[in-house]
Write a protein that binds this ligand. Structure first.
Ligand SMILES: Nc1ncnc2c1ncn2[C@@H]1O[C@H](COP(=O)(O)OP(=O)(O)OP(=O)(O)O)[C@@H](O)[C@H]1O
Ligand SMILES: [Mg+2]
Length: 364
């Protein structure tokens, strides 16, 4: 028996040790029959040539029977599994990732070939999901690009018309500019996500005050929440030092704040609360907006997922995927709790830079 990392104890050999006993028993029996035959042919007083031929024929038959038995054993133990595996491999080579080869024994009797087959199934499943992700990604990007490109094309055609008023010209130009901005945001978000996913940029970790950064980000959204008549509540300490890449964390705050404002109706409230618990800094962004169902919550960190269709024109569904990836790189976490119609809370947890630096804060 060998201990497999994923499957527990597995048998090392396909041939049981009882095979020796089987062969030993058969050979003893055959030898007995052989002695019996010799005694018989002696008694019969046949010609000496016949006396020699009869045991040879007998042992020939025994050898043939043993060959058939061993061949059958090898076929069931090795050839059949290998043929099935070869067939499945050729399906995968032709791009069919739906193949599944069942194990040959129940799990308590698994041996190394069953484990190899299970690993093969896992590999094919992984390959299949990578392939799906790739095609999904390409079709999502194409879909997201199509709309702004169509807008730019249409408005550019309208601009070409001779008899348009100055007001219309301005309106068309603005639409083109906003579609171009959307396109540029999409591309820059895809590039950022791609870089982060492949870890091509090692985050530039520095020790800095996340409270100050939060306040700066909130101020940037002042116009947006004023315009919508949203009330903003903050509970942020004077200072809380974290060791992180400030430019990447800024993406997280900007997205959480823009989401909170985007998904909250005029007159609602958005709250940013920052606390510290032992060596952790916690930042909660809550809103009294439309909230999410459990089904939506399960997908919000997926790339290009947008749950609230009425807002799908604003953004591309990449913000939370980016935020999650950034926090993974910073040893942080993001959790969400939400009730449809009641609002949502996104809680970000980050490791604090050092306890001594974190003791001098008071509420703002
Ligand atoms: N505060 C929130 N309230 C309700 N739903 C939310 C909230 N934040 C996120 N969501 C849901 O999660 C989805 C994904 O959010 P995400 O930030 O990834 O994309 P987006 O805001 O639609 O686009 P982008 O961030 O690329 O501009 C949103 O489309 C929305 O359905
Ligand atoms: Mg967003």
């Amino acid at each position: 028996m060998r201990e497999s990392k994923s499957y527990g104890p597995v048998k090392e050999s396909r041939f049981p040790t009882s095979l020796f006993a089987i062969f030993f028993g058969i050979l003893l029996l055959m030898s007995g029959v052989h002695v019996g035959l010799i005694v018989l042919v002696n008694r019969m007083e046949w010609h000496v040539v016949i006396q020699c031929i009869i045991p040879m024929i007998y042992w020939g038959m025994v050898a043939a029977a043993l060959t058939l038995f061993t061949r059958r054993k090898i076929r069931t133990a090795y050839e059949e599994p290998m043929h099935k595996l070869a067939e499945a491999t050729s399906h995968v080579a032709n791009g069919d990732f739906s193949v599944y080869v069942p194990a040959f024994h129940t799990q308590d009797k698994w041996d190394y070939l069953d484990v190899m087959i299970m690993d093969f199934n896992k590999m094919v499943e992984e390959l299949g999901s990578i392939e799906t992700l790739k095609t999904d990604f390409v079709s999502n990007v194409s879909h997201e690009m199509k709309t702004p490109i169509a807008i730019i094309k249409n408005y550019a055609e309208l601009l070409e018309a001779e008899h348009i008023t100055e007001e219309q010209r301005k309106e068309y130009a603005e639409s083109i500019a906003s579609a171009a901005e959307r396109l540029s945001n999409l591309i820059s978000n895809i590039l950022k996500l791609n870089k982060l996913e492949n870890q091509r940029i090692v985050p530039e970790v520095e020790t800095y005050d996340v409270c100050r950064q939060l306040c700066d980000c909130i101020l940037q959204f002042e116009e947006a929440w004023d315009e919508k008549g949203i009330e903003l509540e903050t509970e942020i300490e004077d200072a809380a030092m974290v060791e992180a890449d400030a430019s990447l964390l800024e993406l997280v705050w900007n997205n959480l704040l823009s989401n909170a404002i985007k998904f909250t109706e005029p007159g609602g409230t958005v709250a940013v609360r920052q606390t510290r618990e032992e060596s952790l800094v916690k930042i909660a962004v809550s809103d009294t907006g439309c909230g999410m169902t459990g089904d939506v919550m399960n997908h919000i960190f997926d790339k290009f997922y947008q749950g609230v269709t009425s807002h799908s024109k604003e953004g591309n569904g990449l913000g939370l995927a980016l935020a999650k990836r950034v926090l993974e790189l910073m040893d942080g976490e993001i959790q969400v709790s939400s009730e449809p119609g009641e609002g949502s809370t996104f809680l970000v947890t980050l490791p604090a830079a050092g306890r001594s630096e974190n003791r001098d804060g008071g509420n703002r």
